[in-house]
Design a protein around this ligand. Structure first.
Ligand SMILES: [Mn+2]
Length: 400
């Protein structure tokens, strides 16, 4: 395997006669000696690591370790057999969500946040590319606090519901999937799938923050379950036709039903608005719970979804009424109160086997007091807490 020096890297003076190798694009930084900077620069033409180490024989072990870090940080990029440079999958987030540690594959957290700052496939207002940053920014009012004696995470207090959320449960930030302007969109979708698959392989539960809703399709491709039931909160069905132009945020679940074999059934909650009669697709595989039915049968909604195997939860923030969550691509009046969404999400997660979550379509804050990202953040924490309760219940019942 050959590697090439990443052109977005800059080198600046650092402390104690050292240098800082950093990349704003990747959100990463390494400290290096002058010798190690020269080692990096030896990759200005694509080269194999062994070749370069032969030319730099001094302190070979330290050099090899430094180059491993440089590859991991994305300062050296792999070059494939066709001479194409492989971009890193993710960039680090700074600050991380709640100040939680970055994802570490060798010691994965129970839940790992992954941002996908992409909104080129929305039909409405753009801005969902700012969703991951908006949610992390909303999280800055709380900290990920460890108990000083046990080092166990102390979780969060939800003053609205009175619940202590994620007490003792670890959380990490996997950064954002790298989005590069101008690249073919399928390359990005492939990178999303690989990034989620890498998280799943460590055993953590991915919590993906969009991005527009089209990203749910590449996220779902990463799951290896034989069957997966989709629980989908949205104002819209997202079951539009599949045109030759491909995937967008309004037809994402047509793609999912068509192309992801494990997905048999979708339960859609919070639908509203009107559409042309007769346009209903996939009727036998989609269970619609519009806002009226949801309110009339509120307490029964979680049990309307069979608890017979793994589920995936996809939440479009536009399921919430735009009075409370205005920064979104295609707002529709008449939606849920935030506490209705949180109550349903908690109960559904606590009574089903949810193996992954996404929350999409959060736009940038139009005003400093914009509530959209705060509603999203509370919903995510509440969902994760429900999942933990479901796991605890299964352990008590001896199911696993
Ligand atoms: Mn949607």
């Amino acid at each position: 395997m050959r590697f090439v020096y990443n052109g977005t890297t800059e080198i600046a003076p650092g402390p104690a006669d050292r240098y800082l190798v950093r990349s704003a694009e990747l959100g990463r930084e390494l400290t290096a000696t002058a010798y190690q900077v020269n080692l990096l620069r030896a990759f200005e033409a694509p080269s194999a690591i062994d070749e370069v180490l032969k030319a730099f024989p001094f302190d070979r072990d330290a050099s090899a370790a430094f180059l491993t870090d440089a590859v991991e940080a994305g300062f050296l990029l792999a070059v494939d057999a066709d001479g194409r440079t492989q971009l890193p999958q993710t960039r680090r987030a700074a600050p991380t969500i709640f100040g939680a540690p970055p994802h570490d594959a060798s010691s994965p957290a129970a839940f790992t946040v992954l941002g996908v700052p992409f909104d080129a496939n929305t039909t409405g207002f753009a801005g969902a590319r700012f969703g991951p940053a908006a949610v992390r920014s909303a999280a800055e009012t709380c900290r990920y606090v460890l108990d000083p004696l046990t080092l166990a995470p102390m979780g969060f207090e939800d003053l609205g519901s009175g619940r202590r959320l994620l007490n003792g449960v670890t959380l990490a930030d996997g950064g954002d999937v790298l989005v590069t302007a101008g690249e073919p969109v399928d390359d990005l979708y492939d990178r999303i799938t690989r990034a989620v698959r890498d998280l799943l392989q460590t055993g953590t539960i991915p919590v993906v923050i969009g991005g527009d809703h089209s990203i749910t399709y590449p996220v779902l491709r990463a799951f290896s379950e034989d069957s997966l039931r989709i629980i989908h909160f949205d104002a819209h069905t997202d079951l539009g036709d599949i045109p030759t132009t491909g995937l967008h945020h309004g037809n994402v679940f047509s793609f999912v039903l068509d192309r992801i074999e494990a997905v048999e059934h979708i339960h859609q909650i919070g639908l509203r608005g009107v559409m042309s009669a007769g346009a209903a697709e996939h009727v036998e595989r989609v269970d619609r719970i519009g806002v009226d039915l949801m309110r009339a049968e509120f307490a029964r909604v979680p049990s309307m979804i069979p608890d017979d195997g793994p589920c995936y939860l996809s939440i479009d923030i536009d399921v919430v009424d735009p009075a409370f969550a205005p920064s979104t691509g295609t707002p529709v009046a008449g939606g849920l109160f935030p506490h209705e969404l949180k109550t349903l999400v908690h109960e559904i997660c606590a009574t089903h086997e949810v193996v992954g979550i996404d929350l999409v379509e959060v736009g940038h804050a139009d005003a400093p007091d914009d509530s959209t990202a705060h509603v999203a953040l509370e919903t995510i924490l509440t969902a994760c807490d429900g999942i933990v309760r479901s796991m605890q219940r299964q352990l008590q019942e001896g199911d696993v």
